[in-house]
Ligand binder design. Structure first.
Ligand code: COA
Length: 535
């Protein structure tokens, strides 16, 4: 495989300026991460610890194998909402390794409003379960939760992908042979009681864990019976009388070691084989991505320069290099794993879409995962292109991406706008992971275009009535739309709402993608079958 020859002068003013600006964004990103990771009030942490409990991230660190990475998902969920009262949406989720097996870990953070669930907590829990289902990963629930955050009940209780979906997913996964293990380390009240009850095996911590359908106050109100939480549903009751839990633990550490022991007898069968090669570091330093990541989306960047700093040896076997240059396609290795890469180098034309669809077919036929590197303003518009069938050809690309049954991964390194988001495996196309860089933007179109469209619509309306739009009103409308798009298009707005699986430092892209590919090997990939391509 040939090495990409970088044309970037890392000493140039434009590179150095971009780097400086990007490092500013990176510092902002790290500050936000720190803010949510240290986000609980000192009082809540003190209360939690005084009960002999470990914090959620400490519990996870003890659960996973030492010196293995934990890929935390959507750390900034709920960021910027609810007055930042729900750091990480009160739940930590991610992919970790236990006794050599990739697993999904879902841990309530009881220091955040008693570990209760708002809309984003639910989405995060369900997203983690989806990843488990797609990749056949055992689930460990570290339960410490007061259930639904009651003031928000209408947003979390009744719908298809609300609270009830947790237990449906547990039943379906258990039936599919995906182990479901609960460690009850605190409260599991009302609906929450079903997390341990629906698990294959459940551990409960003495004088700490409780499981009940109705807590003591509710029992008193309903029946007049006075009972303590421990008597109603503590570890002793559930391991010796009700049988709702299986293992009695003295404390958090003991519970975690029981869980690790359970994994000694868990095996994953039916794995996917993927031939790996020797690992080579990129020839071009990944730190140089800071000078290249498009801070100003108007400035074009050759995606090959990005690829050169992500793939092994900066080597890239380009496909159709001379044809349809606004999309770059080719094969490479990431930490030894073979991958197909599709990267944007401009607007999508008919021939670009055809090249993309052809390349997706190559990857699915050869069973090679596809990495989509998104920096896309959308499909080309105009009379000439509509007549040539841009919608018809674009549909072929979208069709191929939708049906591709090899693992897809999407990294938004610049803009993600319009139908380009769909063709390039946006969230709706089920990439196994979707990751954003801190500079990236996502919206139906750019703010400039949206304001131009809306001003044009308004002007046409007024013209039909024989009126005109005053310049002052045009300026005002433009300003308000630009501000709205700037706010709603930011990576933080996206990640807060779980439109992605997290924002990452560009330097970590290669590592995160390799972890993602490794996780997909726990289940055989299905064959790809396409439907009707509109010719
Ligand atoms: N909805 C909304 N807020 C809740 C809540 C719920 N279900 N459960 C707890 N909270 C809030 C508390 O108001 C408190 O908020 P604050 O920090 O702003 O004061 C915070 O979470 C911590 O609660 P607190 O009771 O002080 O903590 P604790 O560790 O002593 O107890 C629980 C935690 C979860 C065991 C206890 O709060 C409880 O039993 N909650 C009710 C659980 C329930 O009945 N849920 C039914 C939902 S379906």
């Amino acid at each position: 495989m040939y090495r990409i020859k970088s044309k970037i002068n890392t000493q140039s003013d434009s590179f150095q300026n971009n780097k400086k600006q990007f490092e500013g964004l990176l510092n902002e990103y790290r500050d936000k991460l720190k803010m949510v990771q240290d986000g609980s009030s000192a009082k809540a942490i003190e209360k939690h610890k005084s009960r002999g409990k470990l914090l959620a991230r400490e519990r996870i660190n003890l659960l996973v194998d030492t010196n293995t990475p934990f890929l935390e998902l959507s750390t900034l969920a709920a960021y910027g909402s609810y007055d930042n009262q729900f750091p990480s949406a009160g739940i930590i989720t991610g992919i970790g390794v236990i006794q050599g097996k990739d697993c999904i870990i879902i841990a309530n953070d009881a220091t955040v409003k008693g570990g209760t669930y708002i809309k984003e907590t639910i989405r995060k829990h369900i997203r983690a379960q989806e990843i488990a289902m797609e990749n056949h990963l055992a689930c460990i629930y570290m339960v410490d939760s007061g259930g639904v955050f009651l003031p928000e009940q209408a947003k979390v209780f009744p719908d298809r992908f609300d609270f009830g979906r947790f237990f449906y997913n547990q039943a379906r996964m258990s039936a599919a042979g995906i182990p479901q293990i609960s460690i009850v380390m605190g409260s599991c009240t009302a609906g929450g009681a079903y997390v341990p009850a629906m698990s294959d095996e459940t551990i409960i911590v003495k004088e700490q864990g409780t499981i009940f359908i109705g807590g003591p106050p509710l029992v008193k109100a309903a029946t007049g019976e006075e009972v303590s939480a421990e008597e109603l549903g503590g570890a002793d009751v559930h391991t010796s009388i009700s049988g709702t839990a299986d293992h009695f633990a003295e404390d958090d550490r003991h519970a975690i070691s029981i869980c690790r022991n359970i994994f000694e007898s868990i095996e994953y069968h039916d794995k996917q084989n993927l031939e790996t090669k020797e690992i080579e570091e990129p020839f071009y330093d990944p730190q140089e991505l800071y000078g290249l990541a498009p801070v100003d989306l108007k400035k074009p960047i050759d995606v090959r320069e990005i690829i050169a700093r992500i793939v092994d040896g900066s080597r890239f076997q380009e496909f159709k290099e001379r044809y349809a240059p606004t999309i770059v396609t080719g094969f490479a290795k990431i930490i030894g794993y073979p991958v197909g890469i599709i990267g944007n180098n401009g607007v999508l034309f008919s021939e670009t879409a055809l090249k993309g669809a052809h390349f997706v077919e190559l990857c699915t036929a050869r069973k090679i995962p596809i990495i989509f590197l998104q920096n896309i303003t959308g499909f080309i518009v105009g009379k000439e292109y509509e007549r040539k069938g841009i919608a018809r050809d674009g549909a072929k690309f979208v069709h191929a991406v939708a049906n591709a049954n090899v693992p897809k991964f999407t990294v938004v390194f610049g803009g993600s706008f319009g139908a380009g988001n769909y063709a390039m495996a946006g969230r709706a196309y089920d990439p196994r992971l979707l990751l954003m860089w801190p500079n990236s933007k996502i919206s139906v179109m750019g703010g400039e275009q949206a304001s131009d469209v809306l001003i044009q619509v308004k002007m046409d309306q007024l013209k039909a009535r024989g009126q005109e739009m005053a310049q002052e009103d045009i300026d005002q409308l433009k300003k308000s739309i630009l501000e709205k798009y700037e706010y709603e298009g930011s990576a933080y707005y996206s990640t807060s709402r779980l439109w992605d699986d997290g924002i990452i430092d560009p330097v970590d892209t290669r590592k995160v993608l390799a972890l993602g590919i490794a996780m997909t090997l726990n289940k055989k990939w299905e064959d790809t079958k396409n439907g009707i391509f509109r010719m």
